[in-house]
Design a protein around this ligand. Structure first.
Ligand code: SAH
Length: 217
């Protein structure tokens, strides 16, 4: 067996020091966080900071979330492996890549072309072929492919977009930061037997969700 690279060592340290002590316990989530090469989703100049305990800029005024937040959101979906998951806000592509390792298919929508072009290159390079992506306003969801077993929104909006609630399967889980433009509650919406329950799992700070059912700019 080849010896682990410095990237592998940093990634393992990220899991042991940032995720497990803060309560990330879902085995599938931990496995995906141990597998996906996060350093490939940021610019080369920032690769050495990729496994640090913080978000990083990815261009176009956007950010890749802190590893703990990616893990927390992933864990909240409670994926078993058979699910089809919709992500709003592809950004670097890292969150979609993590999801793709533990569900059947990921549908991801980004509104900024340059970011999606770059994310797609990384998906191809890693042979992550179960990720489908498109440019659009994700607050309207992806009606043609609905319903989704899980929906994950990685930008913060003023409320939960109605189309996303409609496009969530029953049973299904939706995770989204909701609040003002500076601080949001990370909300988990669960649909079960026609009933909807919402609870807050963390306080977070995300970039703005911009669109018809989000912020206007
Ligand atoms: N999941 C990303 C996080 C990116 S930051 C990652 O792992 O890197 C949030 C992203 O949401 C930004 O790229 C932003 O352009 C995008 N975004 C904001 N509003 C959106 C909308 N209505 N539809 C699709 N993407 C949106």
């Amino acid at each position: 067996m080849s010896s682990p690279s410095p990237w592998d060592i940093n990634r393992e340290r990220m899991v042991e020091e940032q995720l497990i002590p803060r309560g990330i316990h879902d085995e599938a989530t931990l496995r995906a966080m141990r597998t996906v090469p996060r350093h490939l989703f940021v610019d080369d100049a920032m690769a050495s900071a990729a496994y640090g305990d913080h978000p990083l800029p990815i261009g176009s005024g956007q950010t890749i979330s802190q590893p703990y937040i990616v893990a927390l959101m992933t864990q909240a979906l409670a994926l078993k492996g058979h699910e089809r998951v919709l992500e709003i806000g592809t950004g670097s592509g890292y969150q979609a890549a993590v999801l793709s390792r533990i569900c059947r298919k990921v549908y991801t929508i980004e509104r900024i072309d340059a970011l999606l072009v770059r994310a797609r290159k990384v998906f191809d390079r890693l042979h992550y072929h179960n990720i489908i992506s498109r440019i659009d306003d994700g607050t309207a969801g992806w009606p043609d492919e609905a319903p989704f077993d899980g929906i994950l929104v990685t930008a913060g909006g003023p409320k939960i977009p109605e189309p996303l609630i409609e496009q969530l399967a029953d049973p299904g889980r939706l995770v989204i930061p909701v609040g003002d433009q500076f601080l949001q509650e990370l909300q988990l919406l669960e649909k079960t037997k026609g009933e909807i329950k919402v609870r807050t799992i963390e306080y977070v700070r995300f970039v703005n969700l911009i669109g018809t059912h989000g912020w206007s700019a």
